[in-house]
Design a protein around this ligand. Structure first.
Ligand code: FE2
Ligand code: FE2
Length: 178
């Protein structure tokens, strides 16, 4: 079933993204971009939620989630942000739209929801990374708070006023990562 393969691909991708972003966060801290480090940690937390969500559907389909983690090779924070934007953009524009289409064809409602949740978050990640890259000098000292929906991984830069716009979880389901 293509959707099972797609879930494995997504699980592998999210697991690797998480590892990569944590390494990028460390590098950003070393270079004095503490607020970029916060963003990388927030996105890493979101990717972990996506990975867990994909894993739960994989298990429900009777398979075992498998990830092959490549050791990350961090470069400068500027380059790491560009790499991150590239990855998020690919997931947003190519990977998740194709996976959603396939899951709809297979009538796999849960996969559609998980892929859709990831797509919404990756869109926001790409936007936030671009913002950081465009204003790198303003992303230095101190930490920056991000709010992560623990249900779907949605990531926002300000406290949510109401329910999660993606999965409709109550705002109490958001946690701050910085
Ligand atoms: Fe992401
Ligand atoms: Fe959510």
């Amino acid at each position: 079933m293509p959707t099972l393969d797609n879930l494995q691909t997504a699980f592998n991708g999210e697991s690797n993204a998480r590892t990569k972003y944590l390494a990028f966060a460390k590098k950003a801290d070393e270079e004095g971009y503490a607020q970029v480090a916060s963003l990388f940690r927030a996105a890493a937390a979101a990717e972990e939620i996506h990975a867990n969500n994909h894993a739960s559907v994989i298990r429900k389909m009777g398979a075992n989630p498998k990830a092959d983690i490549a050791p990350p090779v961090p470069k400068s924070t500027r380059e790491n942000l560009a790499t991150a934007i590239q990855g998020e953009t690919y997931e947003r524009d190519v990977m998740y739209p194709a996976f959603i289409k396939e899951a709809e064809t297979e009538n796999n409602r849960q996969a559609v929801i998980m892929f859709g949740g990831a797509l919404a978050a990756e869109t926001e990640h790409a936007r936030l990374y671009q913002q950081a890259l465009d204003n790198l000098d303003q992303w230095r000292a101190g930490k920056r708070d991000f709010w992560i929906c623990l249900v779907c991984g949605f990531t926002v830069a300000a406290a949510p006023a109401d329910r999660c716009p993606v999965c409709k979880a109550p705002k109490e389901k958001f946690k701050i990562v910085n």
